[in-house]
Design a protein around this ligand. Sequence first.
Ligand code: SF4
Ligand code: SF4
Length: 210
Amino acid sequence: MNTDKKTWHGIPREDIPWLPTVDAAACIGCQLCFVTCGRSVYEMQDNTAVAVAAMECVVGCTTCGNVCPTGAITFPTLDSVWKLEREHQIFRTVKKEALKKHEREDSLKAREAAQQAMAKVSTRAKVEVAGEFGDKHFLVRLEELITDKPYDIVNLRLEVPTVKGARQKAPSFMSFELTSENQEDVGAFLVEIAQLVHDAGLVLVSEQRL
Ligand code: SF4
Ligand code: SF4
């Protein structure tokens, strides 16, 4: 993309006679060109399109002329553009511009790929466990599991019917959130927690990445 509107692949824009011409007698004031042109080339004056910023017209573009219902807009022949391309040997400039465009696009793609990879990382997960906690010391084992590892347990809730009931093997429910202290994915550690739950004879009700 040539981002410099004052030149066209190195040629000063004012040296390029690519301009729309409106036949005022043929214009019916439909305003299609006015709303179509992304370069704000046109103004409507007395119900007629006027190319007030003709030099802003994109070299080689004929869109407004193509859609004008009365064919009121015309352009120079393309021969004039081809002649300029040859005379100014623009393809050396085009090659450099293309290289920059490839670099920009590659870097955008790399950024998108990195963002997508980041989006897949879950640094927090909610875990729900049910069963007879009794004397299984599940909390102690959970604490031992995270010791010396970059994880922590937060928002822990234990719901027991009664404290004595829990001792007497009444089913209870526990939920907690696992967080990564290093902002890394918790997926691999969730597997270790699932194993701990299984080894303790409890039921992993759910694990949900947050
Ligand atoms: S599209 Fe054609 S007819 Fe419609 S306002 Fe523009 S010049 Fe006039
Ligand atoms: S040819 Fe394209 S850039 Fe030029 S005035 Fe028409 S719509 Fe705008």
